[in-house]
Design a protein around this ligand. Structure first.
Ligand code: PLP
Length: 408
């Protein structure tokens, strides 16, 4: 483990425990232009050294505690639990982090790595704008130049976050090709990185992309699960039966799953965006409906047609609207260690509304997918069981979308 919380099972950082470097089973790897290979191996070396360094750990720990506000609470949602009358529901409150989501855990960690790399310029992609805001925040804090690539469609539906990034001093580059969402923004950020790699670090926002990114992002997000595991043991004297999280690229989910990886009794459930229904073409249910392929430097499940052309993804939530997913989730699915289900836009909205009314918490639309799954899932649980649900972010950023659905 790299940070803060003392943990019984020390997480093994011996890079993937596999002889095929950068792979999780059949997934992962480094499918990038030759020009990026030196930067990826430099990043890997700097990361491996940094996490062993006491000064780096201390700096990260200090920022996690005093800047981000960690540890986040593991909150017993009593009224939500009573609503279903089944398993006890605990919410891991990542929505209470500075900037309102889990993304900042990774952005701050990678910005510190950029300092170590001696790179003053940062680029990043963003969908909903949360990773863009987190990156712009970390850059302001650590005196780095920041450029964020964002699809034109996302800029329109996430206006408050665009304004936020600009106020933090970031340059926001509008991406107008293709579907004008996260996939194109990511492609554009990778292209920009290729042309400026000597002085630029790319802060990837989810547990995907070429090795070592899935590993780096997981390690910076693993604080979520190590805190939750310890908090659960402390308060209830036992481990949870289930850990639930929404899946965009998979960083909040892998962040909360990782500490429980060796706890075979703990079931992992990831919730993908089912959009208008997985029987339609408008969804982002990569693990439920996709097939293995290569996108953005990594091999994973993808939404693609028979010719390997990437399909358009759809979700009410811009942060889930991505046709790929991280390689480790692809592997966890194949070995059966985690299960993945899809939750529709409507179910997510119902989840959002329920949490607002019974707990007074406005959840991010991404996180609302995990809440929305409870309607189906809770009847299968029993009252002596415990669920930890990762509340990955807060919903303020989604007000422009929500206002189209709720007519007050
Ligand atoms: C970005 C985002 C997600 C989806 O990304 P993951 O990498 O899958 O975690 C989920 N929730 C919130 C609040 C986000 O901002």
């Amino acid at each position: 483990m790299i940070v803060i919380i003392k943990q019984k099972n020390k997480v093994n950082l011996s890079l993937l425990n596999t002889n095929k470097k950068g792979y999780f089973g059949n997934f992962g790897g480094q499918f990038v232009p030759e020009t990026l290979m030196p930067a990826l191996s430099e990043l890997e070396t700097v990361f491996e050294n940094a996490i062993k360094e006491p000064e780096f750990q201390l700096e990260l720990k200090n920022l996690y505690q005093n800047y981000i506000g960690r540890p986040t609470p593991l909150y017993y949602a009593k009224r939500l639990t009573e609503y279903f009358g089944k398993a006890k529901i605990l919410l891991k409150r990542e929505d209470l982090n500075h900037t309102g989501a889990h993304k900042i855990n990774n952005a701050v960690g990678q910005a510190l790595l950029a300092k170590k790399l001696g790179k003053k310029n940062i680029i990043a992609e963003t969908g909903a704008g949360q990773h863009g805001v987190a990156t712009a925040t970390a850059c302001a804090l650590l005196d780095l130049n920041c450029t964020i690539y964002m699809g034109a469609k996302d800029m329109e539906r996430q206006k408050p976050n665009v304004f936020r990034m600009k106020m933090l001093g970031a340059n926001v580059q509008e991406v107008t090709n293709g579907e004008q969402t996260l996939k194109e923004a990511t492609s554009e950020a990778i292209r920009a990185w290729v042309s400026r790699v000597e002085n630029t670090h790319y802060i990837l926002g989810t547990a995907s992309g070429p090795h070592p990114y899935p590993l780096i992002v997981r390690e910076f997000q693993a604080i979520i699960g190590s805190e939750a595991r310890e908090q659960c043991l402390e308060s209830y004297n036992k481990l949870p039966n289930y850990v639930l999280a929404c899946i965009g690229g998979g960083s909040n989910a892998i962040g909360i799953f990782h500490a429980f990886k060796e706890d075979q009794s703990v079931k992992f459930i990831g919730l993908e965006a089912g959009g208008k229904g997985i029987e339609t073409t408008e969804h982002a249910a990569t693990l439920t409906k996709g097939s293995p392929g290569i996108l953005h430097g990594t091999k994973s499940y993808l939404l693609q047609d028979n010719f390997g052309r990437i399909k358009e993804a759809h979700s009410i939530s811009a942060g889930m609207d991505y046709p790929g997913v991280g390689p480790e989730h692809s592997h966890l699915k194949d070995i059966g260690r985690a299960e993945y289900f899809s939750v529709t836009d409507d179910e997510a909205l119902q989840g959002f509304q329920l949490l607002a009314r019974v707990e007074g918490i406005l959840a991010a639309l991404e996180s609302s997918h995990a809440i929305g799954y409870l309607f189906k899932f809770m009847p299968q649980t029993s009252s002596d069981e415990i669920i930890i649900l990762n509340l990955s972010g807060r919903g303020d950023k989604d007000i422009p979308i929500l206002s189209q659905y709720f007519d007050f």
